[in-house]
Write a protein that binds this ligand. Structure first.
Ligand SMILES: O=C1C[C@@](O)(C(=O)O)C[C@@H](O)[C@@H]1O
Length: 225
Protein backbone atom coordinates (compact mmCIF):
# COMPACT_ATOMS: atom_id res chain seq x y z
CA UNK A 1 0.00 0.00 0.00
CA UNK A 2 1.28 3.47 -0.70
CA UNK A 3 1.78 5.11 2.66
CA UNK A 4 3.84 7.92 1.20
CA UNK A 5 0.70 9.99 1.27
CA UNK A 6 -2.46 9.89 3.35
CA UNK A 7 -4.54 6.71 3.18
CA UNK A 8 -8.16 6.79 4.29
CA UNK A 9 -9.22 3.40 5.61
CA UNK A 10 -12.87 2.42 5.80
CA UNK A 11 -13.04 0.28 8.94
CA UNK A 12 -15.47 -2.58 8.83
CA UNK A 13 -16.14 -6.11 9.99
CA UNK A 14 -18.01 -6.83 6.77
CA UNK A 15 -16.24 -6.87 3.40
CA UNK A 16 -19.65 -6.58 1.72
CA UNK A 17 -19.39 -2.87 2.70
CA UNK A 18 -16.68 -2.34 0.11
CA UNK A 19 -18.88 -0.98 -2.70
CA UNK A 20 -20.24 1.66 -0.31
CA UNK A 21 -16.72 2.61 0.77
CA UNK A 22 -15.24 2.92 -2.73
CA UNK A 23 -16.32 6.48 -3.35
CA UNK A 24 -14.43 7.91 -0.37
CA UNK A 25 -11.90 5.36 0.90
CA UNK A 26 -8.43 4.35 -0.29
CA UNK A 27 -8.58 0.98 1.42
CA UNK A 28 -10.64 -1.21 3.69
CA UNK A 29 -9.49 -1.86 7.23
CA UNK A 30 -10.90 -5.32 7.72
CA UNK A 31 -11.47 -5.86 11.43
CA UNK A 32 -11.10 -9.61 11.38
CA UNK A 33 -11.66 -9.84 15.14
CA UNK A 34 -15.16 -8.41 14.71
CA UNK A 35 -16.08 -10.56 11.70
CA UNK A 36 -17.96 -13.88 11.63
CA UNK A 37 -15.71 -15.96 9.35
CA UNK A 38 -12.93 -13.56 8.35
CA UNK A 39 -10.82 -16.01 6.37
CA UNK A 40 -13.83 -17.13 4.32
CA UNK A 41 -14.72 -13.51 3.72
CA UNK A 42 -11.21 -12.81 2.44
CA UNK A 43 -11.30 -15.84 0.17
CA UNK A 44 -14.52 -14.57 -1.40
CA UNK A 45 -13.49 -10.92 -1.61
CA UNK A 46 -13.72 -9.43 -5.08
CA UNK A 47 -13.79 -5.74 -4.27
CA UNK A 48 -11.60 -3.03 -5.81
CA UNK A 49 -10.13 -1.51 -2.67
CA UNK A 50 -6.99 -3.06 -1.15
CA UNK A 51 -7.24 -4.40 2.38
CA UNK A 52 -5.43 -3.56 5.59
CA UNK A 53 -6.02 -6.63 7.76
CA UNK A 54 -6.38 -6.07 11.50
CA UNK A 55 -7.10 -8.85 13.96
CA UNK A 56 -7.16 -6.87 17.16
CA UNK A 57 -6.51 -8.68 20.44
CA UNK A 58 -8.92 -8.33 23.36
CA UNK A 59 -6.07 -6.86 25.41
CA UNK A 60 -5.63 -4.22 22.67
CA UNK A 61 -9.23 -3.05 22.40
CA UNK A 62 -10.43 -5.76 20.02
CA UNK A 63 -12.24 -9.05 20.38
CA UNK A 64 -9.74 -11.75 19.40
CA UNK A 65 -9.01 -13.90 22.42
CA UNK A 66 -6.51 -16.60 21.51
CA UNK A 67 -3.28 -14.85 20.56
CA UNK A 68 -1.75 -17.72 18.63
CA UNK A 69 -4.84 -18.32 16.50
CA UNK A 70 -5.27 -14.59 16.01
CA UNK A 71 -1.76 -14.22 14.59
CA UNK A 72 -2.08 -17.39 12.49
CA UNK A 73 -5.13 -15.82 10.89
CA UNK A 74 -3.16 -12.65 10.05
CA UNK A 75 -0.46 -14.81 8.48
CA UNK A 76 -3.09 -16.50 6.32
CA UNK A 77 -4.76 -13.19 5.49
CA UNK A 78 -1.46 -11.77 4.20
CA UNK A 79 -1.37 -14.46 1.52
CA UNK A 80 -4.34 -12.91 -0.28
CA UNK A 81 -3.43 -10.53 -3.09
CA UNK A 82 -5.98 -7.97 -1.92
CA UNK A 83 -4.31 -7.76 1.48
CA UNK A 84 -1.69 -5.08 0.98
CA UNK A 85 -1.02 -4.34 4.64
CA UNK A 86 -1.44 -5.96 8.03
CA UNK A 87 -1.69 -4.42 11.48
CA UNK A 88 0.39 -5.87 14.30
CA UNK A 89 0.37 -4.46 17.83
CA UNK A 90 3.61 -2.99 19.14
CA UNK A 91 3.24 -5.25 22.19
CA UNK A 92 3.14 -8.27 19.90
CA UNK A 93 6.32 -7.14 18.15
CA UNK A 94 8.04 -6.48 21.49
CA UNK A 95 7.19 -9.96 22.75
CA UNK A 96 8.72 -11.52 19.64
CA UNK A 97 5.41 -13.13 18.59
CA UNK A 98 4.87 -10.67 15.77
CA UNK A 99 8.12 -11.26 13.93
CA UNK A 100 6.92 -14.28 11.97
CA UNK A 101 3.75 -12.43 11.02
CA UNK A 102 5.63 -9.36 9.80
CA UNK A 103 8.11 -11.50 7.88
CA UNK A 104 5.40 -13.54 6.21
CA UNK A 105 3.42 -10.42 5.32
CA UNK A 106 6.45 -8.82 3.68
CA UNK A 107 7.22 -12.00 1.76
CA UNK A 108 3.74 -11.66 0.31
CA UNK A 109 4.19 -8.00 -0.56
CA UNK A 110 2.16 -6.60 2.34
CA UNK A 111 3.26 -3.64 4.44
CA UNK A 112 3.27 -3.78 8.21
CA UNK A 113 1.50 -1.21 10.37
CA UNK A 114 2.72 -1.50 13.96
CA UNK A 115 0.15 -0.07 16.30
CA UNK A 116 -0.19 1.03 19.88
CA UNK A 117 -3.32 2.15 21.72
CA UNK A 118 -3.92 4.00 24.95
CA UNK A 119 -7.60 3.75 25.86
CA UNK A 120 -7.23 5.80 29.04
CA UNK A 121 -5.27 8.92 28.31
CA UNK A 122 -2.71 10.75 26.23
CA UNK A 123 0.81 9.98 27.40
CA UNK A 124 3.40 12.74 27.80
CA UNK A 125 5.40 14.00 24.85
CA UNK A 126 8.44 11.86 25.64
CA UNK A 127 6.38 8.66 25.75
CA UNK A 128 4.51 9.54 22.57
CA UNK A 129 7.77 10.04 20.73
CA UNK A 130 9.36 6.89 22.13
CA UNK A 131 6.33 4.80 21.19
CA UNK A 132 6.27 6.16 17.65
CA UNK A 133 10.01 5.63 17.23
CA UNK A 134 9.78 2.05 18.42
CA UNK A 135 6.72 1.29 16.26
CA UNK A 136 8.47 2.74 13.21
CA UNK A 137 11.55 0.63 13.88
CA UNK A 138 9.40 -2.50 13.51
CA UNK A 139 6.89 -1.39 10.91
CA UNK A 140 6.54 0.42 7.62
CA UNK A 141 4.15 2.69 9.50
CA UNK A 142 4.11 3.29 13.27
CA UNK A 143 0.64 3.99 14.57
CA UNK A 144 -0.41 5.49 17.87
CA UNK A 145 -4.01 5.96 18.97
CA UNK A 146 -4.35 7.76 22.29
CA UNK A 147 -7.37 8.93 24.26
CA UNK A 148 -7.89 12.65 24.63
CA UNK A 149 -9.55 13.73 27.83
CA UNK A 150 -9.34 17.38 26.83
CA UNK A 151 -8.97 19.04 23.47
CA UNK A 152 -5.48 20.26 24.33
CA UNK A 153 -4.27 16.64 24.69
CA UNK A 154 -4.13 16.59 20.92
CA UNK A 155 -1.39 19.23 20.80
CA UNK A 156 1.48 16.96 21.89
CA UNK A 157 0.27 14.28 19.51
CA UNK A 158 0.40 16.73 16.60
CA UNK A 159 3.86 18.00 17.56
CA UNK A 160 5.13 14.41 17.75
CA UNK A 161 3.49 13.58 14.42
CA UNK A 162 5.16 16.54 12.78
CA UNK A 163 8.55 15.73 14.35
CA UNK A 164 8.48 12.06 13.37
CA UNK A 165 7.46 12.95 9.83
CA UNK A 166 10.25 15.53 9.61
CA UNK A 167 12.71 12.80 10.67
CA UNK A 168 11.50 10.63 7.80
CA UNK A 169 9.35 8.22 9.82
CA UNK A 170 5.91 7.25 8.55
CA UNK A 171 3.43 7.55 11.36
CA UNK A 172 -0.33 7.37 11.80
CA UNK A 173 -1.79 9.18 14.78
CA UNK A 174 -5.20 9.88 16.18
CA UNK A 175 -6.81 10.78 19.49
CA UNK A 176 -9.85 8.73 20.40
CA UNK A 177 -12.80 10.16 22.31
CA UNK A 178 -14.93 13.21 21.68
CA UNK A 179 -12.32 15.81 22.75
CA UNK A 180 -9.85 14.23 20.35
CA UNK A 181 -12.16 13.98 17.40
CA UNK A 182 -10.67 16.92 15.48
CA UNK A 183 -7.27 15.17 15.53
CA UNK A 184 -8.62 12.77 12.91
CA UNK A 185 -9.03 15.63 10.47
CA UNK A 186 -6.01 17.68 11.53
CA UNK A 187 -3.26 15.06 12.11
CA UNK A 188 -2.96 14.32 8.37
CA UNK A 189 -1.87 17.96 7.90
CA UNK A 190 1.13 17.19 10.11
CA UNK A 191 2.03 13.96 8.39
CA UNK A 192 -0.29 11.27 9.74
CA UNK A 193 -0.57 8.65 7.00
CA UNK A 194 -3.71 6.74 7.93
CA UNK A 195 -7.20 7.81 8.95
CA UNK A 196 -9.88 5.36 10.05
CA UNK A 197 -13.60 5.85 9.62
CA UNK A 198 -16.59 3.52 9.57
CA UNK A 199 -18.70 3.25 6.42
CA UNK A 200 -21.73 3.08 8.67
CA UNK A 201 -21.57 5.75 11.41
CA UNK A 202 -23.47 3.35 13.69
CA UNK A 203 -20.61 0.87 13.45
CA UNK A 204 -17.64 2.94 14.62
CA UNK A 205 -14.56 0.89 15.53
CA UNK A 206 -13.25 3.50 17.98
CA UNK A 207 -14.73 6.34 20.02
CA UNK A 208 -14.94 9.72 18.29
CA UNK A 209 -14.62 8.56 14.70
CA UNK A 210 -16.20 10.62 11.94
CA UNK A 211 -18.10 8.72 9.27
CA UNK A 212 -16.15 8.04 6.10
CA UNK A 213 -17.65 10.72 3.85
CA UNK A 214 -17.22 13.38 6.53
CA UNK A 215 -13.60 12.52 7.26
CA UNK A 216 -12.74 12.54 3.55
CA UNK A 217 -14.41 15.90 3.14
CA UNK A 218 -12.67 17.41 6.17
CA UNK A 219 -9.22 16.13 5.19
CA UNK A 220 -9.61 17.39 1.64
CA UNK A 221 -10.95 20.77 2.74
CA UNK A 222 -8.15 21.31 5.26
CA UNK A 223 -5.56 20.32 2.69
CA UNK A 224 -7.05 22.97 0.39
CA UNK A 225 -8.15 20.50 -2.26
O1 LIG B 1 -6.15 1.14 15.52
C1 LIG B 1 -7.05 1.61 14.88
C2 LIG B 1 -7.41 3.00 14.97
C3 LIG B 1 -8.75 3.12 15.58
O2 LIG B 1 -8.66 2.69 16.91
C4 LIG B 1 -9.21 4.58 15.60
O3 LIG B 1 -9.08 5.20 16.64
O4 LIG B 1 -9.68 5.05 14.56
C5 LIG B 1 -9.76 2.27 14.79
C6 LIG B 1 -9.34 0.84 14.64
O5 LIG B 1 -10.25 0.15 13.79
C7 LIG B 1 -7.98 0.76 14.09
O6 LIG B 1 -7.52 -0.57 14.10
Amino acid sequence: MDFDSFVLAASTADLADEPDAREHADCIEFRMDLAESPLDALRNYDGDLPILATNRADWGGGEATDDRRRLDAVVEAAEHDAVEAVDIELETMRSGDGERVAEHAREHGADVVVSSHDFEATPGMHDIQETLREACAYGDVGKLAVTAQARADVLDLLVATRAATAEGDRVATMAMGEPGRHSRAVAPLYGSRIGYAPVDPEAATAPGQYDLATLRELVEALAGR
